[in-house]
Each structure stands twice: as C-alpha cells, then as structure tokens.
Design a binder for this molecule. Structure first.
Ligand SMILES: [Zn+2]
Ligand SMILES: [Zn+2]
Length: 483
C-alpha cells in the first residue's frame, strides 16, 4: 500500500528509504505501529508516536523452532525506529517475559535510549544487559503504580495479574488523547504472589480521554474465565501425596507464583523442595531480592543435594517443559543430569502448556520419560496448569469496565486477533480494527485508520551469536505454511 498524502513538515532527511516515506507523528495525533506480536504469539515490539517522538513498548523474542532451526532466538526487525533513533524517547517494558523483554540486549545498541521498568522486570533486564556486556544503558526503575514522563508521553503503570510478578498495563496519555495498552493480563483474585488487580482503577479508565484500547488476544478463542493460580494447590498436592517415588515438576521458570505453590505443596506433604536449572535458580534469586519469595517457606534444597535425599522425601521444580535441548528435564530423561536421576515409579508433572510449535520435542520427552518407567502427568490429565491470559469472559469483563471507544487486538495469531475483535464487537465497542505487524495506525476520533505499511522483517540470532536479517522469502514461506 502506498502512503497517503499528509501534511508536510515532520519529515526527517536522514531516514532510510522505507522510513522516509512515513511522516512522523504530529501534535494532534497518536500513532500505533506494531512491529512484532500482532499476527503471531511472541516477539512483541510496539511503537507509539506523538508530536514527533516515539516510544517502544516491549521488545521481545520468539524461538526459531522447527521453521528456523538455524536460529534459536528471533526478534522483530526494529529498522523503522532505528532509522529515526533521535526521535525515540524510551523503551517502556510492561513485564519480564521473554516475549516482552528478551530482545533488549540484542537490540539496545541500535536504539540507545533510556529503558523504563518496574523493579522485578528491571532486575531481569539489568541481568540481560550485563551478560551482553552493555554497561552504558540507562535503566529507570519505576515504582509500582507510578506515572512517568517519557518524551511527550505521560505513562501510568497499572498493575494487573498474569503469570509473572509485576505485569503492568500502561495508560499512555498525550494532549491528543490516551491509549490503554493492556500488556499480558488475566483477572486473578488470588494470584499467590504480588498484588491483585485494581478493579476500581480499571473501571475508572472509562473516564479517561481514551482513543483506543490495545488488548491481549492470546486466549480469545477460549470460552469461560481463566482460573486462578491459587486453584492449583489442591490438585498438585493430591498428585504429590499419591506419589511413592521422586517427584519432579516442570514449569515455566518465570512463573514465580507456581514455584511458590510447589514449595508449599512440598512443605504440606513433608517433602524437601528445590529448583533445578539455571533459569529457574536465577528467577528465584530475583524473586527473593525483590520481595516476591515468601519468608515463611523452608530453605530450598540446593540442586546438588536433592539427588542424595531419599526419593520419597524430595520434590524438585525444573526447567524443560518445552523440551528445550539443554534443559534440566531433558537431561534427566536422557539419564545425563549431574544431580538427579529418575527411576521407575517416579512422577514427572508438566505444570505448563505445550507452546504450539514445540509438539515434537515435548512428545519426544514424554516418550523418553515413559521408557524410564516414569509416570507422566500433563495438563491434559489433571488440573496442573492455568493460563496467564484472559479467556472470553475475562475480555468481556474488562471491555465492560473500560468501555473503550476503539479496540486494536494484539498478542495473537490472526485467528486470535479476530476472536478478540468479535468479543469487543459483542461488548458494543464502537470501533474495532484488526491489523498486523507493520500496519501504521492513526488512533483518532474516527479511527483506528491504517495509514500504510512499513517494513516489518525479523532478525535471527546465529549460532555464533550474530544477529542477522531473516530473508524475506523464508518468512513468506513460514507465513504461507501457517495459513
Ligand atoms: Zn507475559
Ligand atoms: Zn506475552
């Protein structure tokens, strides 16, 4: 699509060819441009523009998987904003999941702007930057619920609930109007760790001068309401009570609430508990440092010592729920883990969901575990996992509270985006627009209007650590296969 003619005056002369055609945001408008995460689940990268300036909201990764075996990690190509870096006021992070901050250390040198995050997210961002040898990034640690000024944007952090500490929605305000960017969320009345959501603040959003709500679509195809994290304690406890041998539970490392639940289950049945796997050990350390690990839990048993405990007295949480090749559980299944060996009669619980695309490695892992005589329980067998995203009834509730004049679904494949759009329509949201990565949108009184498309490629990390563009043909092939 070619760019329509707009008012002259805001164009910069040193922009790259594709970016030169795009006028900068003017003082009377808010632009929205997703470069990643809209049309796919993963690698979120959103841009908001106003009065000649831009902010990035989230900067995440996705995994190459079987479509791109040459790249472990992939991310949105930030070319559009890198070409106008002098207009980039900051990177605002909603939460610490890899699909929201994983690309920070890979891309920061191309962007060189201040970073804003709440304490838990900031701790993980700091770790990533340090590991990449970046010591000159300015990282502002923002208190929960704070409002900050980033360029011409006033950004209020509004705490929600999800599957990691400190998930934040953002109310992004400008003199031309405001946008409610939900980030990843669910409505959990008992999230186990961290604050509850603030229903009153969310209901008060309808009185803000909103232009649009940009909303998580991950579970828009799921009926009902997403369950509470607290509802997992009893079913997990029952499973562990019945187990005669060793118990190993794999889950997402970042789900601190799940790890706390597992620690409480172990405590309640008299088993000693520890976590195994680098990512999980780091997450517990960050949770402790930021006050999310309860003081009343027994000391964790070091991974090196767990294997020496009698099988019926120990319980471990570990990485590997997606069959990741170097993870703790994959090593245990291959009988090559340094600390823990599995025997016939042991129990392995997958307190997780299988991320689409990981079917083969996860199935392989099940097969290997069963070949060892291990009992495998997944979320298909028992209530051992709950999502962090809103199902249809939750979306309806939030739309009813906020009553936005317009909705732009994000964080989903086209099917998820359309499902979310249908729900918004049912909830009498006057204007709903399904867009995709690269669509430059004007959020306004009659919009959202798509003004045109900008380049939206992907970058991949090579085995030697270099970040390289993924050829357009390869992406086109992947998209065609996904349809
Ligand atoms: Zn998330
Ligand atoms: Zn996400």
């Amino acid at each position: 699509m070619s760019m329509p003619t707009r008012k002259p005056g805001a164009m910069s002369s040193d922009l790259s060819l594709q970016a030169r055609a795009v006028p900068d945001a003017e003082a009377d408008e808010v632009l929205f441009l997703p470069l990643g995460g809209t049309g796919e689940i993963g690698m979120n990268l959103n841009l908001y523009g106003h009065d000649g300036a831009w902010i990035i909201v989230d900067i995440g990764i996705t995994f190459g998987g079987e479509a791109f075996p040459e790249h472990d990690v992939m991310m949105a190509d930030p070319e559009f904003i890198a070409a106008r870096r002098e207009r980039l006021a900051g990177i605002v992070l909603t939460h610490a999941h890899e699909d929201h901050l994983g690309a920070l250390a890979y891309l920061w040198k191309r962007l060189r702007c201040p970073i804003y995050a709440t304490p838990f997210t900031a701790a993980l961002a700091r770790h990533k930057l340090a590991r990449a040898g970046i010591d000159d990034a300015t990282l502002h640690e923002i208190p929960l619920g704070a409002r900050i000024e980033v360029g011409p944007f006033s950004v209020e952090y509004i705490g929600l609930t999800h599957s990691i500490p400190e998930p934040n929605a953002l109310l992004i305000s400008t003199p031309a109007g405001a946008v409610f960017h939900t980030g990843d969320w669910k409505l959990d009345d008992d999230p186990v760790v961290g604050q509850r959501y603030d229903a009153r603040r969310l209901q008060a959003l309808r009185r803000e001068p909103l232009l649009a709500m940009v909303c998580d679509s991950t579970n828009a195809v799921v009926d009902g309401s997403t369950g509470s994290e607290a509802g997992l304690f009893e079913p997990l406890r029952e499973l562990v009570l019945e187990a005669a041998g060793r118990v190993v539970v794999t889950s997402f490392a970042s789900n601190v609430a799940r790890l706390v639940t597992l620690a409480r289950v172990a405590q309640s049945v008299g088993r000693r508990f520890g976590v195994v796997g680098q990512a999980m050990e780091r997450m517990v350390a960050v949770a402790r440092a930021t006050g999310y690990w309860p003081d009343d839990l027994p000391e964790l048993v070091d991974a090196r010592h767990l294997g020496y405990l009698p099988r019926e007295e120990s319980m471990a949480a570990c990485t590997g729920s997606q069959g990741e090749p170097r993870s703790a559980l994959v090593r245990m299944a291959a009988d090559s883990h340094r600390d823990i060996l599995l025997d016939p009669g042991d129990l392995v619980v997958f307190s997780s969901r299988m991320i689409p695309g990981n079917e083969r490695p996860v199935e392989r892992l099940y097969t290997r575990l069963r070949a060892l005589g291990v009992e495998v329980v997944t979320d298909a067998d028992a209530h051992v996992h709950v999502s962090g995203h809103p199902a249809r009834d939750d979306l309806r509730r939030l739309y009813d509270w906020v009553q936005p004049p317009a909705v732009v679904p994000v964080h989903g494949t086209p099917r998820h985006l359309r499902a979310n759009a249908d729900i918004a329509g049912e909830c009498h949201v006057p204007r709903v627009r399904v867009i995709e990565n690269g669509d430059l949108c004007r959020l306004g009184a009659d919009g959202p209007d798509v003004l045109g498309r900008v380049h939206n490629g992907r970058l991949g990390v090579n085995t030697d650590g270099r970040v390289v563009p993924v050829p357009a043909q390869a992406l086109a092939k992947m998209r065609a296969a996904a349809c």
